[in-house]
Design a protein. Structure first.
Ligand code: FRU
Length: 467
């Protein structure tokens, strides 16, 4: 395997292709993460479930492939799904994809299926599969887009949310209920696009944080709104209140999960410390992935992020376990900026925290992975109140710019960036917003610079290499 672009502290496949995180769960002392996987080539193909386990969400060990498409009901692929422990056994519920005609991208059927394990490694598919079949698709829902079950338990009952659309161009989420994970009853449409949120919804997830209920899902082809939703497909969280009796979710509004280029199909798990942890696929459909040519792999996961609600506001922060991988430390304090100032530090695997005082500057920020004409530019315009992530000169691979509005706090901007060889995740103002992207700079592009058009001040910069 070529080492260039292989990530140091993010989960990737061992080889071949990966996409969505699946079956994220804590079971018998380990975090388990499964993922959509084509093990033979670095491109999408009949989906398997790859599998990795971790004690700290950072260092992962591979386990054998958990599911392969080897039954009549999943011959076209074991598509996305989730995991839950019941009676000490680990249950996976996933979509069986079957191609039914000559045009594989249109002629298909999808059903929901169960697989069970007593050791968390070897899974046996349930003899009665599918457990949610075609006859259980309600009238007014797509007959073919019916996938990505996320299971949860409430008051002794099991539920799954399923991605769907209404056949008229609106994404929606269907809700099913079961007492035993085997016999499922349709409850209703949990939420639906009013025309502005994409034509099909994938990978729904439902959870509560504090007293607030959340739906998280991935709308396909959602039109942009202002500076939001500029990727081909998007990921949103909707906050509100779920009515357990009717199954309906009463929305109080929605927002993007991430404002960068490469974040899709996230899945969450609640751990034994009460944390709601989200992992996303750190790539985007139909976006060029340079490792597909000449490398044996494609696809990676984001850092696990805790989703929290503080003072009524949603925030994201990387799980604190990453801090125990901090190595060499570098620090600057009180640097007056005007023009560009290269820093006396460099790298391609680090965490960096910076606090800027905007002062009178027109624009200020950081350049990362600088070298040989390459740079990835993170900048802020106080006048517009807009943060910009520019990867047009990042290296090979797709370019582009993403922007997000974020106010200064007491005239200050705080950012926390995680650089890892071919990825960059930026947390703004203590996780009010996050921007995630893959970048593919040359291995010698390691420089870091601060810059300011007009006067600003770098109040503090702290950097730790990540081992
Ligand atoms: C989302 C998705 C899911 C599907 C899976 C197939 O990225 O399209 O809806 O189950 O990928 O790999």
């Amino acid at each position: 395997m070529r080492p260039d672009y292989r990530l140091n502290y993010h989960l990737m496949g061992e080889y071949g292709w990966i996409n969505d995180p699946n079956g994220f769960v804590q079971y018998k002392g380990h975090y388990h993460l499964f993922y959509q996987h084509y093990p033979y080539l670095p491109e999408w193909g009949p989906m398997h479930w790859g599998h990795a386990v971790s004690r700290d969400l950072i260092k992962w060990e591979y386990r054998p492939i958990a599911l392969a498409p080897d039954e009549s009901y999943d011959a076209g692929g074991c598509f996305s799904g989730s995991a839950i422990e019941k009676d000490g056994l680990l249950h996976l519920i996933y979509t069986g994809h079957v191609v039914t005609g000559p045009d594989a991208s249109n002629d298909y059927r999808q059903t929901q299926n169960l697989a069970v394990s007593d050791d968390g490694v070897r899974f046996r598919k349930h003899a009665g599969n599918p457990v949610i079949g075609l006859p259980q698709i309600p009238a007014g829902a797509s007959r073919k887009d019916f996938r990505d079950p996320k299971v949860f338990e409430r008051n002794g009952m099991y539920y799954v949310v399923l991605g769907s659309n209404d056949g008229q161009g609106n994404g929606q989420i269907l809700l099913y209920r079961s007492g035993d994970l085997v016999d499922w009853t349709y409850v209703g449409v949990m939420a639906k696009s009013g025309g502005e949120m994409g034509d099909n919804w994938e990978c729904p997830d439902f959870f509560s944080i504090g007293g607030t209920d959340f739906l998280m899902f991935s709308p396909q082809r959602m039109p942009s709104q202002g500076r939001d939703y500029w990727n081909l497909h998007s990921t949103v969280y909707m906050r509100g209140r779920w009515d357990e009796q009717t199954g309906a979710f009463h929305s109080e509004g929605y927002a993007p999960m991430d404002q960068g280029f490469d974040f899709y199909a996230p899945q969450s798990a609640l751990d034994d410390r009460g944390r709601r942890i989200v992992i996303g696929w750190m790539d985007m459909w139909e976006s060029d992935m340079p490792t597909q040519k000449g490398h044996q792999w494609a696809g990676a996961m984001t850092l696990p992020r805790e989703m929290i609600v503080r003072d009524g506001q949603v925030r994201f922060r990387p799980v604190e376990e990453i801090e125990s991988y901090r190595g060499e430390f570098f620090e600057l304090r009180g640097v007056e900026l005007e023009g560009e100032a290269p820093l006396e530090t460099a790298g391609d695997s680090y965490e960096l925290e910076a606090v800027f005082d905007a002062g009178e500057a027109e624009r200020f920020g950081l350049k990362l992975r600088v070298g040989g004409g390459e740079e990835t530019v993170l900048s802020y315009s106080p006048r517009e109140g807009v943060f910009t992530f520019d990867r047009n000169r990042s290296g090979i691979g797709p370019g582009g710019v993403r922007e997000t509005e974020i106010p200064l706090r007491d005239g200050k901007l705080k950012l926390r960036a995680f650089v890892d060889r071919s990825s960059l995740e930026v947390f703004l103002q203590d996780g009010e917003k996050v921007m995630t992207a893959r970048i593919y700079p040359g291995s010698g592009s390691l420089g870091i610079a601060a810059f300011s058009e007009g006067k600003s001040k770098l109040e503090a910069l702290r950097k730790w290499d990540i081992r």
